[in-house]
Every structure is written in structure tokens, then in C-alpha cells.
Design a protein. Sequence first.
Length: 247
Amino acid sequence: MGKRSARKTWRQDARIHPLMPTLMPEETAPHPISGKASQPRYVRNIKAKSANQAALLEALDQDAVVLALGPAGTGKTYLAIAKAVEALEAGKVERIVLTRPAVEAGETLGFLPGDLQAKLAPYLKPFYDALGERLGGKRLKQLLADGVIEIAPVAYMRGRTLNNSFIVIDEAQNCTFGQIKMLLTRLGWQSTMVVAGDPEQTDLLPGMSGLSDVANRLEAVGRISVVRLTDADVVRHPLVASMLAVL
């Protein structure tokens, strides 16, 4: 495939996700023995699409704990994972820990086949999708195998101390106050923690979600940022923001 065709393909792939950066192959020198060009690396640059997203990116750079609240499609999880990968690549952290509650979205899936990893896969797939866009499938598999990236349900976080880590807690609206408190206290030295969720889309019974309460209490605490995104920050199909405004 020629350079022009390759660049066109990468630009088309970048349109899959509105926040996904344009990936352009860097020039690579031929291998000294085989004479073939080595596998290209790709430059990934994330840019905010709104003022609130810019505030979120700034908070992720500066604060140890960030709470990102807002409707679906505002880039909460994607931006957090992008920053997590960025911190890992820069050597600022030694690992990435991603967690979310295994709560069904109003459906009963029954008993899923396979081992524990297979049973949890449907709940954790959004993480794999975002990581795959940032790292590529091959590198992602290697980092998962090496334990550099860990993806686990909330229940597996109790009793741990996460040092030198970038922790992302997704779908936090499906956590109780006690669960979020437990997760926040996992924060160790040289770590960053992001709590992301939409208080308006909890799958728990009324009054059980602790996300809004936790955010309100932590808003006045130093080195903690609470960023509230709105329908105006939605970067999915334009109809998503329109639907959220009336639903």
C-alpha cells in the first residue's frame, strides 16, 4: 500500500470516534539486517472539543483526584483513559487500573458461560474499546498479559493500595456511597484517580447511587477537581444531545 493510500486509511479510521485523534505514521528507518521498515509508531494528540472538556483535561494534568460528571457521550471515560495511557507512556505511572461495577443496565443476562474473565468481559468491553484505540490490539494484549494494565470489577478493589498508578473508575453512578468511599481510599502515592459517571443514568434503585453526594462533599477539598459536563459537551451523533435534552 502506498503512502497516500495508507494516510487516507488512517484518516478514515480516525473518524470512528469523534475524540479519537488523527493517527499519522511516523517515518521509520529500515531495519539494519532485513532492510525492511520497522512497524510504525503513531502520534496521538487529544484536543478538547469544548470548554468543559478542556477543564477536564487540565484537571487530569494537575489534580490527584478528579470527578467527571456528565451525560453519555461527553468523553469522560475516553479522555481519562487517554490521559492514563499518556502518563504510562511518559513513565509517570507504572500501571493503569480500570474498574467499574458489574451492574446490568436494566436487563437480566442470566448465567454467562466461561471463566471469570469471560463472564466479566461484557461489562468491561468499553475499557477494551478505548484502550484499543489508544494502544492498538497487539500492544494492549501484551500490557494486559504483563499486568501493566489491569481491568477489574469494583468488588476486587477492596483492601488494596494503588501506588504509582492511574486509576479510572467508570460508571460510578452505579456505585453506592460506601463503594465510592472504598474506591477513593485505595489511592496511593504518586497516583491519579478519576471517578466518571452520569448521575442521571444510574441502574441502581432510587436513592442508592452515591455519586452526586460524593461529588458535592468533595468539591471543596483541595487537590480534588469536580468537573461537570453538560449536553453541550456531547461529541457523539448530534441527535444524542437533542435526545438527552428531552428525555
